[in-house]
Design a protein around this ligand. Structure first.
Ligand SMILES: O=c1ccn([C@@H]2O[C@H](COP(=O)(O)O)[C@@H](O)[C@H]2O)c(=O)[nH]1
Length: 266
């Protein structure tokens, strides 16, 4: 999906919502009797009108072995072309290996985007960027507590490491192929993040179960094209009514779009 199509979808649906498909066998309702594919299909059916993206985290499927990979592939096929699909795999290795990670995400799975850990540098990210019309979502400032361990470390000139990553990466690829992961739990930094990368989309995990601040993320993170894909996984998947949970989030997002990015309102 191109940036133009993504922005149009955001405008039409008045939504920035990305539904995280992280199926946990210990939490899937008993009535599914462990049928993860059916669970995913029901969640997708219930949420597709409210969201613009889906983000299966590959860890949950890899842990199920060969069957899990098949479920992942069938889930992506079931979602179809109308939603932006992010394979959350956090890959990145020497170039020769990254090429195969890219092939898996973009050719085997048919995802629009893959999350990439940028810390091995330029040559580890380049193979992902060689795919026309596909996206690399680089970890910048993550939502977890451990993000304090390295990501804020001052570099020469005083800029934190996450800022260096975001600035350097903008030399590697355009805002039509690169996004950044910026955690919703870091909402107080969003004005700064937006200043560092005014045009790029941010994938924002951390609302719902991790307690991130949706309003602050929208207030400081929205740009003229939206520029945010805001993920909720457990908060939707394991709600009594996933469709209702997705709809509630979409309605809040529509209010914030109207307030903070009025150019995108219908
Ligand atoms: O900084 C990051 C990067 C990725 N994630 C992933 O997003 C979802 C969040 O799940 P919730 O259940 O909504 O908390 C999950 O797949 C994480 O691995 C993140 O949380 N933070």
């Amino acid at each position: 999906m191109t940036r133009h199509e993504l922005v149009n979808t955001i405008r039409e649906k008045q939504s920035l919502l990305c539904v995280g498909l992280d199926p946990d066998l210990n939490r899937i309702p008993a009535r599914y009797d462990g049928n993860v594919l059916q669970f995913n299909r029901d969640v997708i059916d219930a949420t597709r009108r409210y969201c613009v993206a889906y983000k299966p985290n590959t860890a949950f499927y890899e842990a199920m072995g060969l069957e899990g990979l098949s479920i992942l592939q069938q889930t992506i096929t079931y979602i179809g072309q109308d939603h932006f699909i992010i394979a959350d795999a956090k890959r990145g290795d020497i170039g020769n290996t990254s090429r195969y990670y890219a092939r898996f995400a973009f050719e085997t799975l048919g995802a629009d985007a893959i999350t990439v850990a940028p810390y091995m540098g330029t040559d580890s990210v380049e193979p992902f960027l060689e795919y026309d019309g596909k996206w690399s979502v680089l970890l910048a400032l993550t939502s977890n507590a451990g993000s304090d361990d390295f990501q804020h470390t001052p570099q020469e000139g005083g800029e934190p490491l996450y800022e260096k990553v975001m600035r350097r990466a903008q030399l590697w690829g355009s805002a039509d192929q690169l996004m950044f992961v910026c955690g919703a739990t870091q909402a107080e930094r969003f004005a700064d993040l937006r200043r560092i990368a005014p045009d790029h989309f941010f994938l924002v995990p951390g609302i719902g179960a991790q307690g991130g601040d949706l309003e602050a993320v929208c207030r400081y993170g929205l740009n003229e094209e939206g520029g945010l894909l805001i993920n909720s996984s457990r908060g939707i998947l394991y709600a009594d009514d996933p469709g209702q949970a997705a709809h509630d989030l979409q309605r809040q997002m529509a209010v914030y779009l109207n307030k903070f990015a009025p150019g995108l309102s219908q």
